[in-house]
Design a protein. Structure first.
Length: 268
């Protein structure tokens, strides 16, 4: 399967999903960001992320978020003191909403509609910090290409913080039902895919719909770490948690298992 088909499919699917997200949220984010103290970091897991972010000096720094969706997290990150922020996302609809939220928040943030692998060279060695949040890495068939892009975007000594869904959770993302114990529905940890979210990606309102064809990929923890290291990014911290922001009923039953992880790295 060609990368062109993968990314064109994912662009269409995320445009479709973004409409459902907007219907569920209505104007809550727009009204929220009119308040200077508003943040979207407000869950138990977000508190873990925020404590990590507080260890990083953002004053006067230029920051970015990969797959920023509607920009809500990046705009919340700006409150740590960064002077400029740029969000990148493949969805036209999400980026349009992000621009509206940035105006409401009166933040020095802009948003670029692009495939992450095609980010313009004008951003090379531009960023002091890059943020990657939950559900981002699964959309790329080759993480070596992905982290090579991040490495060229970072200044020397620049940092990344990855706050991601643990690959263990993806074992249950192809229709597995705990009550029925459908072991044949488990996703192989060692089979990359691609896979498809047939019933949609409305993680906000929880509405199921027939999704446009999209493609996600399983990445082992070892794949993720290897890709980071080979991009000349040294790993400073790696922690796993049984907390996460996913609301899926299956995930709620996985108490005691890894649901998320945080990696903090630094470009050599």
């Amino acid at each position: 399967m060609s990368n062109k088909k993968v990314f064109e499919g994912n662009r269409a699917a995320w445009n479709q999903a973004s409409k459902y997200h907007q219907q569920a949220r209505k104007d809550s984010l727009l009204k929220g960001f009119e308040n200077p103290d508003f943040t979207t970091f407000n869950s138990d897991y977000d508190n873990v992320v925020v404590n990590k972010l507080k260890q990083i000096n953002f004053e006067g720094k230029i920051i970015a978020q990969m797959q920023c969706q509607n920009g809500r997290e990046l705009l919340s990150l700006m409150k740590f003191g960064a002077k400029e922020a740029i969000g990148f996302d493949i969805s036209d609809i999400a980026v349009s909403e992000a621009e509206q939220l940035a105006k409401a928040a009166k933040q020095n943030a802009k948003f670029v509609r692009t495939n992450i692998l095609e980010i313009d060279d004008k951003y090379n060695d531009y960023f002091d910090f890059i943020y990657i949040s939950e559900g981002a890495l699964q959309w790329f068939p080759d993480l070596h290409n992905y982290f090579a892009v991040l490495s060229r975007l970072l200044k020397k000594g620049g940092q990344i913080l990855i706050s991601e869904i643990h690959p263990f959770v993806y074992l249950f993302n192809n229709g597995f039902d705990f009550e029925k114990q459908q072991l044949d529905k488990l996703t192989s940890y060692f089979k990359k895919g691609p896979y498809h979210y047939a019933t949609g990606m409305d993680y906000v309102g929880g509405i199921e719909y027939e999704s446009d064809e999209c493609f996600w990929f399983m990445h082992k923890i070892s794949d993720i770490i290897s890709a980071i290291l080979q991009a000349d990014i040294e790993i400073r911290e790696f922690d796993e948690y049984n907390l996460g922001n996913a609301a899926d009923e299956t995930v709620k039953l996985l108490n005691g298992f890894p649901l998320s992880y945080i990696i903090i790295g630094r470009k050599k």
